[in-house]
Ligand binder design. Structure first.
Ligand code: PRP
Length: 207
């Protein structure tokens, strides 16, 4: 059996659809109700539904062999896992955004609000820009509107949230998509099974 941690929500459903097409289906996620584990003995897989930011924790500690997680979380938390495949779903961009018309003249410490404080810190360190990072847990777009920060570092998918709040992208930090990750120790002794799943998934992600 391969134990696979899936993120709850739309990304998990999309990932499960891909896995089903790759012949690793485990029934229907929408029929699960409040159940958090489903398994398919014939496909040799057991799926756990966890909070997106917890997927890599389960995998790093070996509670799950494999997981599906956004590159944003991998970059933010840098868990000690193998990244095996880009699933090309859940695509978006990690961006710096600000109120329309904002220009950073470099004269004072830049106030940056984000959920992704490590990504923000590394990005501004690479630019040599002095920043004050403010950690928020959601609705990041409010921070520049209320004067809590000058800019935000956040995920932009359709761009609608920024548009609806009169904010605009001022820099792109990195493209994001979902990745298949594996526990490093488990990968050593289940490598044949894991590589087979990765290769089958690779075929359907390229369709
Ligand atoms: C994410 C992100 C943006 C929004 C971007 O928020 O933080 O707010 O989606 O999507 P868009 O470009 O398509 O508008 P999420 O919905 O995860 O909620 P959050 O505010 O709790 O972070």
């Amino acid at each position: 059996m391969l134990n696979i941690a899936l993120p709850k929500g739309r990304l998990g459903e999309q990932a499960h659809e891909l896995l089903t097409r790759a012949c690793y289906g485990g029934g229907s996620l929408s029929d699960m109700g409040r159940k958090l584990v489903i398994e398919s003995e014939s496909a040799g897989v057991r799926y756990f539904l966890v909070k997106p930011s917890d997927v890599a924790i389960y995998v790093e500690h070996g509670a799950a062999d494999l997981g599906i997680v956004g590159k944003d979380i991998l970059e933010e938390d840098r868990p000690d896992v193998y990244e095996l495949l880009d699933l090309k779903i859940g695509r978006c961009r990690m961006c710096v955004a600000a109120k329309k018309g904002f220009e950073d003249d470099g004269s004072s410490v830049l106030r940056v609000a984000s959920k992704f404080t490590n990504i923000a810190e590394r990005y501004y360190a690479s630019l040599g820009r002095e920043v004050d990072i403010i950690k928020l847990n959601g609705s990041i777009e409010l921070a520049p509107l209320l004067g809590l920060s000058d800019v935000i570092v956040d995920i932009v998918e359709s761009g609608k949230t920024l548009r609806d709040n009169d904010l605009t992208v001022i820099a792109e930090i990195m493209p994001i998509s979902a990745r298949l990750i594996a526990n490093k120790v488990v990968y050593q002794f289940k490598s044949a099974e894991i590589n087979e799943l990765r290769d089958s998934l690779g075929v359907v992600t390229n369709d």
